[in-house]
Write a protein that binds this ligand. Structure first.
Ligand SMILES: Cc1cc2nc3c(=O)[nH]c(=O)nc-3n(C[C@H](O)[C@H](O)[C@H](O)COP(=O)(O)O)c2cc1C
Length: 212
């Protein structure tokens, strides 16, 4: 269910220095986090977030924890025809990688971004001269991805964080004009689910939690 239209209007962000609640008890947030599941891109369809909703999702994503306020990320949005145009980049890059691939496979790669109405490339952008360690800056980009997934879900959209081969392919990265300090943290696909996902296996908590 998509959030009602009046709840999708962008809410002005807090003012610099404004006092904000230190916590916000929310059973709905607990429920969202407890039950959140990714929806595979192949199971996404229209509609995706409208312009206002997407602007809010990106604003929320950008509120990721960020040691010393480096802002070590940027977002590239793909909607409408831009997804098809990016397909031409994917096609050429894929043919260069796999010259023997048949047309069916090439067309499948070309259509990757057409699987969802909105795709956002999250680019990790580290400042190597900053005293915040590079590792921490990369973690912030990952947190921005997770914030984006949560915000999309809260607005009523299904989403998936994907890298696939085109997060690493030199030719594709050139299309983003990536600098040497930038990497793709992921592509966040957003839309509506054709089918609700099922729960997957989760780590046994005793394997991931110890006490010092
Ligand atoms: C950095 C990163 C890259 C990922 N890349 C892919 C991918 O290329 N293909 C894929 O099917 N899942 C990928 N995933 C995993 C899915 O986004 C998803 O997390 C996984 O299917 C588990 O589902 P869940 O998020 O509901 O727990 C990636 C996850 C992360 C964090």
């Amino acid at each position: 269910m998509v959030l009602e239209k009046n709840l999708r209007a962008p809410v002005p962000g807090p003012q610099l220095g404004e006092t904000l609640p230190a916590s916000r008890a929310s059973a709905e947030t607990i429920e969202l986090l407890r039950l959140r599941r990714s929806t595979p891109a192949d199971f996404l369809t229209d509609p995706g977030p409208d312009a206002q909703t997407l602007a809010s999702i990106l604003t929320i994503a950008a509120r990721a924890p960020d040691h010393r306020r480096v802002t070590p990320f940027r977002f590239v949005v793909f909607e409408g025809d831009a997804r098809r145009r990016f397909g031409d980049v994917l096609r050429a890059a894929f043919i260069a990688r796999e010259p023997d691939a048949d047309e069916k496979r090439i067309a499948c790669e070309q259509r990757r971004f057409l699987r969802a109405p909105v795709v956002v490339a999250v680019i990790s952008k580290v400042d190597r001269n900053h005293r915040t360690p590079e590792w921490e800056q990369i973690l912030t980009a990952g947190a921005a991805c997770q914030n984006m997934l949560i915000a999309a879900s809260a607005y009523g959209f299904a989403a998936q964080w994907i890298t696939e081969w085109y997060a690493y392919d030199e030719r594709v990265l050139a299309a983003f004009a990536l600098q040497e300090n930038e990497r793709i943290a992921g592509y966040i696909y957003m839309g509506s689910a054709k089918e609700d996902p099922k729960e997957r296996a989760r780590p046994a908590m005793e394997q991931v939690v110890t006490r010092f």
